[in-house]
Design a protein around this ligand. Structure first.
Ligand SMILES: Nc1ncnc2c1ncn2[C@@H]1O[C@H](COP(=O)(O)OP(=O)(O)OP(=O)(O)O)[C@@H](O)[C@H]1O
Ligand SMILES: [Mg+2]
Length: 750
C-alpha cells in the first residue's frame, strides 16, 4: 500500500497535478496541509525531483518544522535540502547572501516591533513631530501598510500632494527609511520589500533562485499580502509550477495587510490554473463542523462552499454563560481536570482560545492554583523582556557596529555615569558628520563640549572593542557568558530591582540555553555557529514556535495564533459581544470588519476535533473597567439543535438566554440598533418600565465588592439603568443597576 492510498480522490488529484499553477481552495480540516506534505513526497519519490528544487512556504516556523518532519517520515531522505520556511525566513536567507547588491552589509540587523518604536521616537524627535497628533503606532502602521503595498517613501510623497497630514507621514516615512539604512537595519516588512527589489533589479540573482525553486508551494495562501504575492509571482514566473492552498473563510490578517484578493483572483492571474476543491472534513465531529458552517454562512463576501464529514455526530456543543470571568476560568479549569481524570485525555489535547492576550491572566491564575500544566503562547514575548533586550543589544553592537539603536540602549547599562547630555552631544555630532553613533564614539575626543564624559565614553568603546575581538575567538555562548560576567550584569539587576531580579536571572539562563541549543543544532547540521546566525533566529521566532508537542500542557492562545492547528478539546472563552466580536468592530461602520471577526470565529470552532465548549461572562474587567456584555452574536448563529448542556455541571449556572438562528439581516439590524442607539453593549436584563432602580442621585448605596459610595448619576439605557457611583474607596464606577445590586443605605448608614 502506498502512502497516497490514504488520500481521497480530490486530494490525490491535487497531489498528482505537479506541473503548472494549481489552486487548492478548501475549507478547514479538509487536508490542505496534508496534501502539501504528500505532494512534496510525491515530487521527490515519484517524479525524481531534487529536494533542492522545492520551496514550501508555511505561516510559522513551527509549521515549517512539522512539514519537514512529515516529509522525513514519508520519504526518509532529502528533507534537509528542501526549503520549508516562512516568507520572512526565506527572505532573510536570500538577503544574507545578496543584499550587498542593494548597498547594505550582509550582516544587517532585523528590527522587531520594539526596535521600530524606539526608532520612530527618534525620528519624531528629530523632525519635531507632535506625537499627540501623530501617534507613533499610527505612523508605524501607515508605513507598514505602504511597504506591504510596495509604495516607496518617494511615491508616498507624490501621492500625498494636497493632503497635509499624509505629507507629514511621508516626511516621517522618508526619515525612518533613512535611519534604518544608516543603522544597516531592516524591519519585518523590509525583508519582503528588499527581496522583491533584489529580484527586480538583479536579473542574475532572480535567475539563480528561479532555477533553484522549480516547484513552489504556499500554505495558508489566504493570508498573503501584496508584496508576498509579488514575491511568489516573480519567483514562479519561469517554471510556473506554483501550488497554493488556502481557505478564503480563514483570512484573518487583514490588519497586517493580508489581501484576500490574492486568493479570489488567482484564477484571473493564472488563467491556466487547475482549481481543486476539497470538501470533506476529516478533523471534526459533524456537530462541530455544522456549527462552523452555520456561523460562516452569515458572511456575504465569500465563495460558497459546504464542508461535510463522515465523522460521527459527537457530543453536542456546550455553551455556558457565567456571572463573571472568574467563574468562567474556574469552570474551564475544572472541566479540563475532569477530562484528564475521567476520559484519560492528556493536557495537551486541550486548548483555551480567546480573542485578546489580556484574557490569559485569569486562566493562568486558575491553572496555577489547580495544578494544571499550561503554556501561554504570545503575550509578553520572551525577547521583549528588558534583560534579554539588553544582552541582545550587546550582541548586536558587537556584530553590527552600525546598529545605533542597540548601541544607545547599552551605553549606560550597567550604569557608567554617561548622562543624557553627553549622549545627545554624540548624537548631534554623528548627525552633523553623517556617520553612525558608534563611529562618532570612536572619535569621541573630537566632539565639542564633551568634557569629562570623554574618559567614560572611551572606556565604553574599549569594552566593546574587547568583546569584538573576543567574538572572533569564542563561540556565541562563551561570548555571552563572558559579557554577563564582565559587566557583572546579574548584580546590576539586583541593584536596580531586587524583587524581579530572580526571575530575570532565570530568563538569562533561558537565553543561554537557547544559545546552547542553537550551537547544538549548528553542529548537527555541520555548520559553524555564528552570532549573526543566532540573532537572525531570534529575530524571526514567532510565538507559536515555542509550542512543543512532546510536553504535556494545556495551550492558551489567541484565536489568531491557533490557525492551522488542531486539538481534541477546544474551549472558546469570552464569547461576548464587545469582546468577540470586539466593541470596535460592532461600532465600526464597515460590515467587512464584522465579517473578519466571524472568520476568526470560524477558525476557532474548526480547531476542535472532538468537543467544543463556548463560554462567556456577563461581567468582566477590561482595561480596569467593568464591562457588562451579552452573549456573542456568533453564539446565536449556531443552530439550537447542535447545542447541548454541559454534563455534570460543576456549579449551577443560569442557562444562556439567546435568540437562535438569527439571520445575517436580523443580526445586522440588531447590531445597528445596539451600536447606534446605545453607547455600549447592553446587558439583556430587563427592568420593568416605570420601575426605578430603587435609589436616586444623591443616595448613599452599598456594593458587595466596592463597599459604600454616593450615586452621582442614573441614566436610562434602554434595557437597564446605568448608574454612576462614587465609591469611597474605589473611585467612580459606572454599572448596570440589575447587576450592581446596589443597596440603598438609610441615614444611619444601614
Ligand atoms: N484523507 C485523509 N484521511 C484521513 N485523515 C485525513 C485525510 N486528510 C486529512 N486528514 C486529517 O485531517 C486533519 C486536518 O488536515 P489538515 O490539517 O491537513 O487540514 P487543513 O485543510 O490544512 O486544515 P486548516 O484549514 O485548519 O489548516 C489532520 O489531522 C489530517 O491528518
Ligand atoms: Mg492547514
Amino acid at each position: 500500500m502506498s502512502i497516497y492510498d490514504s488520500l481521497n480522490e480530490m486530494q490525490k488529484k491535487a497531489v498528482f497535478q505537479t506541473e503548472g499553477p494549481v489552486l487548492i481552495l478548501a475549507g478547514a480540516g479538509s487536508g490542505k496541509t496534508r496534501v502539501l506534505t504528500h505532494r512534496i513526497a510525491y515530487l521527490i519519490e515519484e517524479k525524481g525531483v531534487n529536494p533542492w528544487n522545492i520551496l514550501a512556504i508555511t505561516f510559522t516556523n513551527k509549521a515549517a518544522g512539522e512539514m519537514r518532519e512529515r516529509v522525513d517520515h514519508l520519504v526518509g531522505f532529502g528533507s534537509e535540502s528542501i526549503w520549508v520556511s516562512t516568507f520572512h525566513s526565506a527572505c532573510v536567507r536570500i538577503l544574507r547572501r545578496f543584499i550587498d547588491r542593494l548597498g547594505y552589509d550582509t550582516n544587517f540587523t532585523i528590527y522587531d516591533t520594539d526596535d521600530q518604536k524606539s526608532l520612530m521616537k527618534e525620528v519624531c524627535k528629530y523632525l519635531q513631530i507632535d506625537t499627540k497628533t501623530y501617534r507613533e503606532r499610527a505612523l508605524l502602521s501607515a508605513i507598514s501598510s505602504a511597504k506591504n503595498e510596495m509604495i516607496s517613501p518617494q511615491e508616498f510623497l507624490l501621492q500625498a500632494e494636497g493632503d497635509f497630514s499624509k505629507q507629514k507621514i511621508a516626511e516621517v516615512y522618508l526619515e525612518y527609511e533613512k535611519q534604518l539604512r544608516a543603522n544597516n537595519a531592516l524591519d519585518f516588512d523590509d525583508l519582503l520589500v528588499r527581496t522583491v527589489q533584489l529580484f527586480e533589479t538583479q536579473p542574475d540573482v532572480l535567475d539563480y533562485y528561479q532555477e533553484r525553486f522549480r516547484y513552489i508551494m504556499v500554505d495558508e495562501y489566504q493570508d498573503t499580502n501584496t508584496v508576498q504575492f509579488h514575491l511568489i509571482r516573480i519567483l514562479s514566473s519561469k517554471y510556473r509550477n506554483l501550488c497554493v492552498v488556502g481557505d478564503d473563510d480563514q483570512s484573518i490578517y487583514k490588519f497586517r495587510g493580508a489581501n484576500i484578493k490574492n486568493i479570489l483572483n488567482f484564477e484571473s492571474e493564472f488563467p491556466d490554473a487547475t482549481v481543486i476543491k476539497l470538501e470533506q472534513n476529516y478533523r471534526s465531529t459533524s456537530n462541530i463542523l455544522n456549527a462552523a458552517n452555520a456561523v460562516i454562512h452569515n458572511n456575504i463576501g465569500r465563495k460558497d462552499k459546504t464542508l461535510w464529514t463522515e465523522n460521527p455526530e459527537g457530543e453536542k456543543i456546550a455553551c455556558k454563560q457565567f456571572d463573571n470571568a472568574y467563574d468562567e476560568a474556574d469552570y474551564i479549569a475544572a472541566a479540563i481536570q475532569k477530562k484528564v481524570k475521567e476520559e484519560r485525555a492528556s493536557y495537551k489535547d486541550c486548548a483555551v482560545l480567546y480573542r485578546t492576550n489580556a484574557q490569559s491572566r485569569m486562566f493562568e491564575e486558575r491553572f496555577v492554583s489547580t495544578n494544571i500544566p499550561y503554556k501561554v503562547i504570545g503575550g509578553v514575548n520572551f525577547y521583549a523582556r528588558r534583560e534579554i533586550k539588553d544582552l541582545l543589544a550587546y550582541l548586536r553592537t558587537i556584530e553590527n557596529g552600525r546598529d545605533d539603536l542597540a548601541v544607545r540602549r547599552i551605553i549606560n547599562v550597567p550604569k557608567r555615569g554617561i548622562g543624557l547630555t553627553s549622549i545627545n552631544r554624540v548624537q548631534e555630532y554623528a548627525l552633523q558628520k553623517e556617520t553612525g553613533f558608534y563611529e562618532a564614539l570612536l572619535a569621541a575626543d573630537l566632539i565639542p563640549g564633551i568634557g569629562r564624559a570623554l574618559s567614560k565614553l572611551e572606556s565604553f568603546v574599549a569594552l566593546i572593542e574587547h568583546f569584538k575581538e573576543e567574538a572572533g575567538r569564542l563561540t556565541p555562548l562563551a561570548l555571552l557568558t563572558d559579557i554577563i560576567e564582565t559587566l557583572d550584569y546579574e548584580n546590576y539587576l539586583e541593584e536596580i530591582d531586587m524583587e524581579d531580579a530572580e526571575s530575570r536571572i532565570e530568563n538569562i539562563e533561558e537565553l543561554k540555553s537557547k544559545l546552547a541549543s542553537y550551537e547544538e543544532s549548528c553542529e548537527e547540521a555541520g555548520e559553524q555557529p555564528t552570532l549573526s546566525g543566532f540573532l537572525e533566529e531570534v529575530a524571526l521566532v514567532a510565538d507559536i514556535d515555542n509550542l512543543d508537542e512532546e510536553s504535556d500542557y494545556v495551550v492558551l492562545m489567541t484565536l489568531h495564533s491557533a490557525k492551522g492547528l488542531e486539538f481534541s478539546y477546544v474551549f472558546l472563552a469570552g464569547m461576548e459581544d464587545g469582546l468577540f466580536p470586539s466593541y470596535m468592530t460592532i461600532t465600526a461602520d464597515d460590515p467587512m470588519e464584522l465579517e473578519e471577526e466571524r472568520r476568526l470565529c470560524y477558525v476557532g470552532i474548526t480547531r476542535a476535533m472532538k468537543e467544543l465548549t463556548l463560554t462567556c461572562a456577563k461581567r468582566r474587567m477590561v482595561r480596569g473597567e467593568t464591562q457588562y456584555n451579552i452573549a456573542s452574536r456568533f453564539l446565536k448563529e449556531i443552530p439550537e439543535s447542535l447545542i447541548g448542556t454541559v454534563s455534570g455541571t460543576l456549579r449551577e449556572r443560569p442557562q444562556m438566554e439567546i435568540a437562535r438562528n438569527q439571520t445575517y439581516a436580523k443580526a445586522k439590524a440588531a447590531f445597528h440598533s445596539q451600536a447606534f442607539g446605545i453607547k455600549r453593549p447592553v446587558q439583556q436584563f430587563k427592568v420593568a418600565s416605570g420601575e426605578g432602580p430603587g435609589y436616586d442621585v444623591g443616595d448613599r448605596v452599598r456594593h458587595m465588592k466596592f463597599g459604600e459610595g454616593l450615586v452621582t448619576a442614573i441614566t436610562e439605557g434602554g434595557r437597564d439603568y446605568e448608574v454612576t457611583v462614587e465609591f469611597d474607596r474605589f473611585g467612580v464606577k459606572k454599572m448596570f443597576a440589575a447587576f450592581a445590586k446596589l443597596q440603598k443605605m438609610d441615614e444611619s448608614g444601614f
